[in-house]
Every structure is written in structure tokens, then in C-alpha cells.
Design a protein around this ligand. Structure first.
Ligand code: NDP
Length: 335
């Protein structure tokens, strides 16, 4: 019998995720009924939003219910199909879950996985990172909400991560001056040397505020916000009149049980345009965005880094890498 291993959410974590928050169960691979298909999952995308989905709070999708397979993005290959939209051998991308096999078309499915082109000269982890959902998050959040103009200063936090590293590179392509915020000297060096940022600021250094001021002598025109908390407040303090702030994420808060409180007065005084967004807001433009990112990547103008963890069974501990900062670029699990 071929076995399907699944992580099912057993209890809601407080703080960091623990393995004991899940049951790791084995069951037979499902047989597709009429209108269903089965995908063999190949890669799992680990995202800060996995942690949000584990929490019972108001959010943009229902939280994962206790006992349910942990929700997660992934890439897989169709191994059996009785669904008109999928044929055996298709490569699919979508919410395939923390499991070896995904039954597509099952009751309660939130979004059907999309068939993606096979045979592209782009590795699968990159199709989940710089040329996938995280790349699209960076591209649309920056271009549609941030609207950087040539010569303006763009600051991005969690800059050495999946979204942040693409934000900085796209902002450079658009002619902006780019400053990344990341934890530690090594990551800051990477931002400048590998990703071509103009400057990098280490938020863990004791002189973080002085570094930020030195790197943004003309203030900040676009703050692409990934972190929240005191880092966000430090950047907001340097934002210019009529500047823009795409609010993409607030990872510093996801392991906290209580919501932070912020001073909104600078947004009024400096007429800062703050807009939160979720990548699915741009779903009608995914093809256009993907083509642009793939083109830049193939031209060598958009570099991609991935951190690949081996083995589905390591998913819960690997998720914590996003909160420890031990990932560089897109974090994926090879199943
Ligand atoms: P990353 O690859 O950027 O990984 C997370 C990084 O965040 C870590 O590497 C770490 O880098 C940094 N970090 C973690 N905790 C803290 C903290 N307390 N203070 C400062 N930095 C911290 O993840 P993603 O690129 O996938 O996601 C980045 C952000 O984008 C998240 O907030 C996520 O929720 C959001 N997002 C939003 C989407 C949307 O549709 N709105 C879609 C995808 C992502 P370091 O070593 O520098 O600390």
C-alpha cells in the first residue's frame, strides 16, 4: 500500500510552532472520485502565513480547523485524474497541504490548484520563490502600491528573505535607490554584493537607527513593510511627505498572542499612503506578473535564492526558520 503522510493540526500553537502541535498520521493514498484528481506533492512552500493560519483570529482565509490537514502551498504532479481540468503528468501549483498526496476537488477545497507550464528553464523551487507567489507579492505590492519613481528611496524589511530580496531587485530595475533591512552582517553583505542593493542596515546592531539614518539621507519614499514592530516604527519616522507604504506582512507579530498598538499620527502629519494587500488581490494579473519575473530571471537581472529543507517530516521545525531568520530567500521543503 502506498502511504500518504499528513500533518494535521492538533492544537493551536502559542509562540513558536512545536511538533506536538500536530499529529503526523499515515493513511492510504485517496482514490479520486468523478470530478477529482490526486497530486503527488513534490515541494512544500513554507510561508509566514502558515503561522497565521494556525491562529484562530480574523484573517483573509478561515484558520485551519483542529484536525484538518495543515494548509500550505506547494508544487506537485498529477498521478491520477477523473477531473476534466487535470491530466496525469500535469504539474500543479496551489494549496496542496502538508502531506505527500493531495486530493484535488475534495469537498471544502478553498482554491483549485493551477496547472503550470512544464519544461520551463526555471527550477521548481524558483517557481515557488522569485518567479512564483512570493515574487508576485513583491512585484505587485511594490509596483501597484509602492509606485517607486526613479531616484526615490525604497526601504524593504526582511530584505534577505523571499519577498524582500525580490522587492529590492525590482526596485533597482525601476531605478530607485534601495535600502534593505536584515538581521546580521552576513545577510547585509549578501544584499549589497549578491542582490545589488545600494545599502543594507542591520537591525540587530546596536547602532541600527544611526545606520538607517545614514542609509536614507533623503528620507524614505516607499517603505515595503514585511516585519512590523519597532523596525517599522523606525522606518516610518524617516518617511517623507506623500510617501507610500505597502503593508505586506508583520512577521514580528505572528508568534504573539496579543496585537501590537501603533502611533498613526505620522501617517496623518506626513500624508503617508498605507495600504495592506494580499497577493490574491492581484490574481487577474498573475500571468502578466509571472511572465515579467521569468523574463528578468532568465536575463540574469532577477537573482533567486532558495533554502531547501529535505523531508516532509521536518516541516514544523523548518517553519521556525522563518522566525529565527535562518532562511535566505525562499524556504521550501522537498518532499
Ligand atoms: P522571508 O523569507 O522574508 O522570511 C522571514 C524573514 O523575516 C526571516 O528570514 C527573518 O530575517 C525576518 N524576521 C523574522 N522574525 C523577525 C522579527 N521579529 N524581526 C525582524 N525580522 C524578522 O519570508 P517571506 O518572504 O515569505 O515573507 C516576508 C513577509 O511577507 C512576511 O511578513 C509575510 O507574512 C509577508 N507575505 C505577505 C504576502 C501577502 O500576500 N501579503 C505574501 C507572502 C508573504 P532576518 O534574519 O533578517 O531577521
Amino acid at each position: 500500500m502506498i502511504v500518504n503522510r499528513q500533518f494535521r493540526l492538533k492544537r493551536r500553537p502559542h509562540g513558536r510552532v512545536e511538533r506536538a502541535d500536530f499529529d503526523f498520521l499515515e493513511s492510504p493514498v485517496p482514490e479520486p472520485a468523478e470530478g477529482q484528481a490526486v497530486a503527488r506533492n513534490l515541494y512544500l512552500s513554507l510561508d509566514p502565513t502558515n503561522r497565521i493560519w494556525m491562529t484562530d483570529m480574523e484573517q483573509y482565509m478561515p484558520p485551519v480547523a483542529l484536525g484538518e490537514v495543515m494548509r500550505g502551498g506547494g508544487i506537485g504532479r498529477i498521478v491520477a485524474s477523473r477531473h476534466p481540468g487535470y491530466k496525469e503528468g500535469d504539474l500543479v501549483s496551489g494549496l496542496l497541504g502538508w502531506q505527500d498526496y493531495c486530493l484535488i476537488g475534495a469537498p471544502g477545497e478553498l482554491l483549485p490548484p493551477a496547472v503550470i507550464p512544464d519544461g520551463l528553464p526555471i527550477p521548481l523551487p524558483t517557481l515557488m520563490g522569485a518567479c512564483g507567489m512570493t515574487g508576485l507579492t513583491a512585484y505587485f505590492g511594490l509596483t501597484v502600491i509602492g509606485e517607486p519613481k526613479p531616484g526615490e528611496t525604497v526601504v524593504v524589511s526582511a530584505a534577505a528573505g523571499a519577498v524582500g530580496s525580490v522587492v529590492g531587485q525590482v526596485a533597482k530595475i525601476l531605478g530607485a535607490r534601495v535600502v534593505g533591512i536584515a538581521g546580521g552582517r552576513q545577510k547585509c553583505e549578501l544584499l549589497v554584493k549578491e542582490f545589488g542593493f545600494d545599502a543594507a542596515v542591520d537591525y540587530k546592531a546596536p547602532d541600527f537607527l544611526a545606520q538607517l539614518a545614514a542609509a536614507t539621507p533623503k528620507g524614505v519614499d516607499v517603505n515595503f513593510e514585511n516585519v512590523g514592530g519597532t523596525i517599522m516604527e523606525a522606518v516610518v519616522a524617516r518617511m517623507n511627505l506623500y510617501s507610500r507604504m505597502p503593508l505586506c506582512g508583520m512577521i514580528s507579530t505572528y508568534n504573539e498572542d496579543t496585537a501590537p498598538r501603533y502611533d498613526l499620527r505620522p501617517f496623518l502629519m506626513k500624508r503617508i499612503r498605507l495600504q495592506g494587500f494580499i497577493i490574491t488581490d492581484f490574481k487577474d494579473r498573475f500571468i502578466e506578473g509571472s511572465m515579467q519575473l521569468a523574463q528578468w530571471h532568465m536575463e540574469g537581472r532577477l537573482k533567486s535564492r532558495e533554502t531547501v529543507v529535505e523531508g516532509l517530516d521536518r516541516a514544523p521545525e523548518a517553519l521556525n526558520m522563518l522566525f529565527d531568520g535562518t532562511n535566505i530567500g525562499k524556504l521550501v521543503v522537498r518532499i
